[in-house]
Design a protein. Structure first.
Lengths: 362, 295, 243
């Protein structure tokens, strides 16, 4: 099978699993959980691109997830409250008599929808421009992105009156006119999330197999070398980082109707680094690995912490340690190892002669 | 005027805490390029050591004095264990070290919860350190803060002496500057790495002792401060201690000043923006060792 | 004015003078070898020309000033280099390596598409450096000499007018050296070639002109015989190397 056919087959099978098998087998509650896992998978697909292919260990994706989530939740809270009314938590804390100015544009559904993706992308663009151009990279980049997540979470917590503080934005009841308490509408949300995941996988697939994808790997492995070939690596990295931020924003926006809440606890340092673990387990540089890893880790978290909460933390700790130390390519590297073994054709004969001179260079 | 001065002192005191935490990182991250996210849990281990010692030693002053070397040893040995078991396999993959040690930190936190319970615990401070010192009419400084400042400066002095004058220090610097050459010239680089890690982690233990004087001890105490401490080392520049020292105090003062004029939550964002702006000017940090390497 | 022109070039690292006032003229079509003992400043000279380290003085190629420009801007003026340790993208195939080298001028939109066919210049360079048979092999799996040819191949598709080669034949067998030397001669017809090399035998056979550097300065310059006859050169370098 050519890689192209194999990829199309993979997409087909994934679509059948997401659109037919899962809705038939899972009850409403489990399907809702799966919708949440798929949101995490969308974030993971972006991290796979930025980290696995681009070498940028983005430890602050929670910020972009949060920007998307808050943009969506702000609009839904305003819609729930009805025109002219303040969202419930604002009246509860009772310090405000008018909507803060930066809430106002989110009354417009189009603005809010665009903002869920464009706001995180803009923030990533600005930050990326500043730090990639100055060649801040590797561990420095990872630590800065983590500091961004810390600062953002602290900012949200501090603004209790306008962001809901530690509680975040909760009790979201409607989604563009659809009642989220109705199981049918919750199924619809699941399908929207599934379509979004497939679309993001498609975009990432194209990016990875394009010339840009090859260039991104080259920048990951030899940023300076790429410079000597006439490219500015900052721009190459910027594209992957901004795309990953957009995906995290989309995931956050879909998370809100799927789960009904967005809060600082979902976007700070700890959740941001948790986004990465599924990517590492599944295989950072592969296409499907990050998504499958994220779903598997999220599922394991629900399953384990329902029974023995402390066991989950130990297990999560080991998830960070064992696969990364002993299987840096993740589960995906096992798959490709098997595939290579099966197709154990002899390697192509190496041309041992020295370079042609007379014919070639003339 | 006195207000500014008292904010300044408060900033210096924040800076002293940051410095104590970042000093160990300056060694493990700055000199060895290892990002140890479990550093915060070594701090926690140092703090719980004080708690455990106080169960059997009734005098708070004596227990604090005994805790300083014991915490250093406890955290240092944990560091050696981590280096030998995991980090040694990952020297070529610094970013992976970050994730692996984060996993270790999760495990250590949960272990602390299972051993000492999830709620925070309290230790007793020696009487000498519970009062405050009146500098002028309006400026009063808690004596515990002064003690931490003294401890941080003593730690910097001790570390500088070790690095500059002892043969261990010379070996550490040799390995940092050229690992291959050091190995070829017969230096046991593995042993130097373990010793560096012992000292760096041990300093986390000392920081843990200091933190018992100003706040509660709990399983999550390490996570909250570790990110800022790493920022100090990044902004200070790696390979040299003076950058870490200066930046710890500057960030502490900045934090305190901005917090006073705005709020804690806005201050965290402003400090982040200031750091990104600073890196536009000095992307490698305040002080760097310039080398010709392509990386 | 074609070719490379360097005047009063200085590079200082934290007080250490790596290159202290170098003047160099390499006309188009020349194959200039730069030799000198370790620490003479040869690689730093190339680093300064390509923008990797900050330098003062004056560097121009084909009339364009180079100093002060960013590395990738200098590369776009047609200046290509190789490195002491072959720097190829090991996780990419031979074909992908060459394709990237050919591509900085591609439009962003075309970068987002998949490569449909092999560009002619890539095909030709692959033939020239004899890597067509291994085009789909990862560059990391190539033999040492093949990696060095791949780097030269990347310079070819990059269409560099000035080639700066840092020890291109280190670790090669005799026949590989000969082939590389012949290739350099061919390439220099419409290009300017500057080679840093330690191998004296290779130098005698393929250098047209030689510059000897010592302690950050140019010690001697001329044809191979002229340089070999220079007593100062014999003292610091060739004298020891030849005996």
């Amino acid at each position: 099978m050519s890689p192209r056919v194999r990829a199309l087959a993979g997409f087909g099978i994934t679509a059948v699993l997401l659109f037919a098998v899962a809705p038939l087998l899972l009850g409403d509650f489990r399907l809702g959980l799966l919708a949440k896992y798929l949101c995490f998978a969308i974030v993971a697909v972006g991290i796979g691109l930025a980290w696995g292919r681009g070498g940028m260990l983005a430890l602050g994706q929670g910020v972009f997830f949060g920007l998307g989530g808050y943009a969506m939740a702000m609009h839904l809270k305003l819609a729930d409250a009805g025109p002219g009314n303040l969202p419930d938590f604002m009246t509860l804390y009772g310090q405000l008599d008018a909507l803060p100015w930066w809430w106002v544009p989110f009354q417009n559904p189009i603005f809010a929808l665009l903002a869920t993706v464009l706001l995180p992308m803009t923030v990533a663009l600005l930050l990326g421009l500043l730090i990639f151009r100055r060649r801040v990279r590797g561990a420095y980049f990872a630590i800065l992105s983590q500091a961004l997540a810390a600062a953002f979470a602290i900012l949200l917590i501090g603004q209790q009156g306008t962001t809901g503080g530690t509680n975040g934005l909760t009790d979201i009841r409607g989604f563009f006119g659809y009642d989220l308490n109705d199981p049918v509408n919750r199924r619809m949300i699941y399908f929207i999330v599934a379509v979004a995941l497939l679309a993001m996988l498609g975009i990432t697939w194209q990016l990875m197999r394009s010339r840009y994808g090859e260039l991104l790997v080259a920048v990951r492995d030899g940023e300076e070398r790429v410079r000597f070939l006439g490219y500015d690596p900052a721009n190459v990295k910027l594209v992957a980082y901004v795309v990953a931020a957009g995906m995290a924003g989309l995931a956050g926006a879909l998370f809100v109707p799927a789960v009904g809440i967005i809060s600082p606890a979902l976007i700070g340092v700890v959740p941001s680094i948790e986004f990465v673990i599924g990517v590492a387990v599944g295989g950072r540089a592969s296409l499907a690995g990050p998504a499958l890893g994220a779903i598997a880790v999220a599922w394991a978290k629900t399953a384990l912490s329902e029974r023995v909460p402390s066991a989950w933390t130990y297990f999560e700790g080991l998830l960070f340690v064992l696969p990364i130390v002993f299987l840096p390519g993740g589960i995906a590297s096992l798959v490709s190892l098997v595939r290579r073994r099966r197709a154990a054709a002899p390697p192509p004969a190496v041309d041992q002669r020295p370079p042609l001179v007379r014919e070639g260079a003339a | 005027m006195s207000l500014i001065v008292s904010q300044l002192f408060s900033g210096v005191s924040i800076g002293a805490v940051l410095l104590l935490i970042a000093l160990g990182l300056a060694l493990t991250f700055g000199q060895m390029n290892v990002i140890n996210m479990a550093h915060g849990e070594f701090i926690m281990a140092g703090a719980y050591t004080v708690y455990v010692l106080q169960q059997s030693i009734s005098s708070a002053g004596a227990s604090l004095l005994i805790a300083l070397p014991v915490s250093f040893a406890v955290a240092g040995l944990m560091g050696i264990l981590l280096e030998v078991l995991l980090i040694r396999r990952l020297y070529a993959r610094p970013l992976d070290t970050l994730l692996v040690t984060w996993g270790v930190s999760l495990i250590l936190q949960q272990a602390a919860r299972d051993i000492f319970g999830a709620p925070n615990v309290q230790t007793r401070a020696p009487e000498l350190l519970t009062g405050s010192v009146r500098i002028t009419e309006d400026i009063v400084i808690a004596s515990s803060r002064l003690f931490i400042l003294g401890l941080a400066l003593a730690a910097v002095a001790a570390l500088t002496i070790v690095l500059k004058t002892t043969s261990l220090g010379r070996r550490i610097r040799a390995v940092v500057q050229n690992r291959d050459l050091a190995a070829v010239s017969g230096l046991a680089t593995g042993r130097v790495d373990r010793l560096t890690f012992f000292i760096g982690s041990g300093l986390a233990g000392i920081a843990g002792v200091a933190l018992t004087l100003i706040g509660p001890i709990g399983p999550a105490m390490g996570t909250n401060i570790i990110v800022n401490a790493f920022l100090v080392v990044v902004v200070g520049g790696i390979g040299q201690l003076k950058g870490t020292v200066i930046v710890a105090f500057v960030l502490g003062i900045l934090q305190s000043m901005v917090e006073y004029t705005t709020t804690v939550s806005v201050a965290s964002v402003i400090v982040f923006v200031a750091i990104v702006a600073f890196l536009q000017w000095r992307p490698q940090g305040l002080f760097t060792l310039r080398t010709r390497s392509l990386a | 004015m074609t070719g490379l022109s360097v005047r009063d070039l200085r590079v200082v690292f934290d007080g250490f003078v790596a290159v202290g006032g170098v003047d160099l003229e390499v006309p188009e079509g020349d194959v200039r070898f730069v030799i000198g003992p370790n620490g003479a400043g040869k690689t730093t000279l190339v680093d300064a020309i390509t923008g990797l380290v900050r330098a003062t003085g004056h560097v121009a190629f084909d009339g364009q000033d180079l100093l002060g420009r960013k590395v990738h801007r200098i590369a776009r003026l047609g200046i290509g280099r190789t490195f002491q340790t072959a720097a190829v993208f090991e996780e990419l195939t031979v074909l992908q390596n060459l394709d990237i080298a050919a591509g900085w001028s591609r439009k962003p939109w075309s970068l987002l598409r998949t490569r449909r066919s092999i560009p002619a210049e890539v095909e030709k360079a692959m033939e020239t450096v004899r890597l067509s048979a291994v085009r789909d092999q990862l560059a990391g799996t190539l033999a040492h000499g093949q990696k060095q040819w791949l780097e030269i191949g990347m310079l070819l598709v990059q269409d560099a007018r000035l080639l700066l080669l840092d020890e291109p034949v280190a670790g090669m067998s005799q026949s590989e050296r000969d082939a590389t030397g012949d290739l350099l001669g061919e390439l220099s017809r419409d290009r300017t070639v500057l080679v840093i090399e330690h191998d004296m035998d290779f130098l005698r056979r393929y250098a047209r002109t030689v510059t000897v550097m010592h302690a950050g300065k140019v010690l001697s310059e001329g044809s191979v015989t002229e340089v070999q006859a220079d007593p100062r050169v014999q003292e610091v370098y060739l004298g020891r190397g030849a005996s």
